[in-house]
Design a protein around this ligand. Structure first.
Ligand code: APR
Length: 265
């Protein structure tokens, strides 16, 4: 028996999938909140938990945003040097490809079953897999963002011979698009997250520990407004006790199985 089959033969997982499919069939505006767990099966380590990035390399400093605003040129010099030195997380992200979980989320969107994905992941894999209705609340590793007008550009198109790089539209300073601890979530992203959460009649979390805010607020807000809550995560989280459906399986198993159930008329 394959490992996938073993998961799907688990009566609790099978029941959870059937319940989730029934909720998706009734939904007109389903929204998902995604975390690092969705990309774990693409070889990108999660942040928390045994073997996670924070376990292995420690938590990031919380003064990144402050250092950037104090001296953007020096911040860029350090960031370029860090990138040149390479890191296990960057290497894993750059080598990663979408896994069946990413493709299943794109399928749910293309089937009209998933209206929007709020992702905490910076790895761009939702777009590579074909999803388009996506808000990257913590940014994207492959982009820069103007801190004045919010314009975003692909990092590879930005000249770094003069630091800090500046926005050709407004002259503002570019920073990498990845949101640092202490940095405000970009206005367009936070507005999209609240707009979609308030419109949701079904909310699903996938692969998130639900401990970082404001992202962890969205499932609670949707639930409070009457949307059923589905949790896809092999482990318990603070949301488990309020979830209507819990699917204790890897996203790369659960989400394709959910798509298969929804393909049956
Ligand atoms: N499928 C589904 N979930 C999984 C899988 C998997 N294959 N493997 C692990 N998980 C779950 C873990 O059980 C955990 O609950 O994914 C979750 C990962 O949690 P975190 O590492 O905390 O990642 P995330 O929730 O995305 O963190 C949120 O914190 O550090 C910041 O900016 C960072 O965006 C990140 C935010």
């Amino acid at each position: 028996m394959t490992q996938l089959q073993a998961w799907l033969d688990d009566p609790a997982v099978a029941a959870g999938l059937r319940q989730a499919a029934a909720l998706f069939r009734r939904s007109r505006h389903a929204v998902a909140l995604v975390g690092a767990g969705l990309s774990a099966e693409s070889g990108i380590p999660t942040y928390r938990g045994a073997g996670g990035v924070y376990d292995r390399f420690g938590e990031p400093t919380i003064d990144g945003w402050e250092l950037f605003t104090q001296d953007p040129a020096a911040w860029w010099e350090a960031a370029i040097a860090h990138e040149a030195a390479g890191s296990a997380l960057s290497a894993a992200i750059d080598a990663a490809a979408p896994n069946p979980g990413h493709y299943a989320m794109a399928d749910l969107e293309h089937m009209g079953r998933l209206a929007h994905t709020i992702t905490q992941n910076i790895d761009n894999l939702h777009f590579v897999a074909g999803s388009r209705q996506v808000t990257e609340i913590h940014g994207n590793r492959y982009r820069v963002r103007c801190i004045e007008c919010g314009a975003r550009e692909r990092l590879e198109t930005v000249r770094l011979d003069r630091l800090p790089p500046t926005c050709p539209s407004c002259g503002g300073i570019y920073k990498n698009d990845v949101v640092m601890f202490g940095e405000p979530i970009p206005r367009d992203a936070i507005e999209a997250c609240y707009r979609e959460t308030l419109a949701a009649d079904l909310f699903m979390t996938v692969g998130t520990s639900a401990v970082v805010y404001p992202a962890a607020d969205f499932p609670v807000l949707a639930k409070r407004r009457g949307a059923p809550l589905i949790e896809v995560n092999p482990e318990e989280t603070p949301l488990s006790e309020i979830a209507d459906v819990v699917i204790r399986a890897p996203a790369g198993v659960a989400l394709p199985a959910l798509v298969d159930l929804l393909l049956v008329p």
